[in-house]
Design a binder for this molecule. Sequence first.
Ligand code: PGA
Length: 248
Amino acid sequence: MARKFFVGGNFKMNGSKESIKEIVEALNTLEIPDSVEVVISPPALYVHWAALHLTNPKVAIAAQNAFPQISGAYTGEISAPQIKDVGAEWVILGHSERRTIIKEADDFIAEKTMHALKHEVGVILCVGELLEEREAGKTLAVVFRQLDAVTDKVSDWSNIVVAYEPVWAIGTGLAATPEDAEAVHDDIRKHLAEKIGKEQADGVRIIYGGSVNGANAKTFNSCPDIDGYLVGGASLKPEFKDIILSRQ
Ligand code: PGA
């Protein structure tokens, strides 16, 4: 089954009205092949701003978080219906910065995933191990535990993109090698096949994140289970377009 190449740009807590408008305008004039899906994720404050300026139908917008309630007394939080209301279609959930810095637990992330999907917001679900977990040989145990929290609650994975992001590769300039990343992606797909069935697992995009840039993106092209990238730092730079166009 052909899986559409997916490139996500995670701006994290970066940008201003001016710089985000510039990125959106550059994407508006980029010729993106039909075989590529692009999703940019500005900070929540700028989701609407990005949506107002976006004219390229091949690009969609994601929020970086969503609370699992539609509205109410949840100071500082945003909901899936609100995300949709201002023009976004996706949300990034389970990013390692939220797991480790904000201390979000697997179950909470699973609850958020279920809730976002229920309100028709697609989920970029991030999983990945810390350096010490990798060194202790626990990569798959950690990643499977993070995934299973979601497979326990969600049976339809058609609106989930899994982002495998080894934490030691995020923002370090040390991307995983294509061989190492492909091995984990292949294991994730096999694990998902056991949990949600082979047909669904074959259709789920599993994208890689962690120091992807304009120069190294192409090195993953021969990896059959790497269906795209979640890009942090480089998504704020002109080289983001090289990543978008890397699989041609
Ligand atoms: P990076 O971040 O590309 O800057 O390593 C990736 C991410 O955190 O999604």
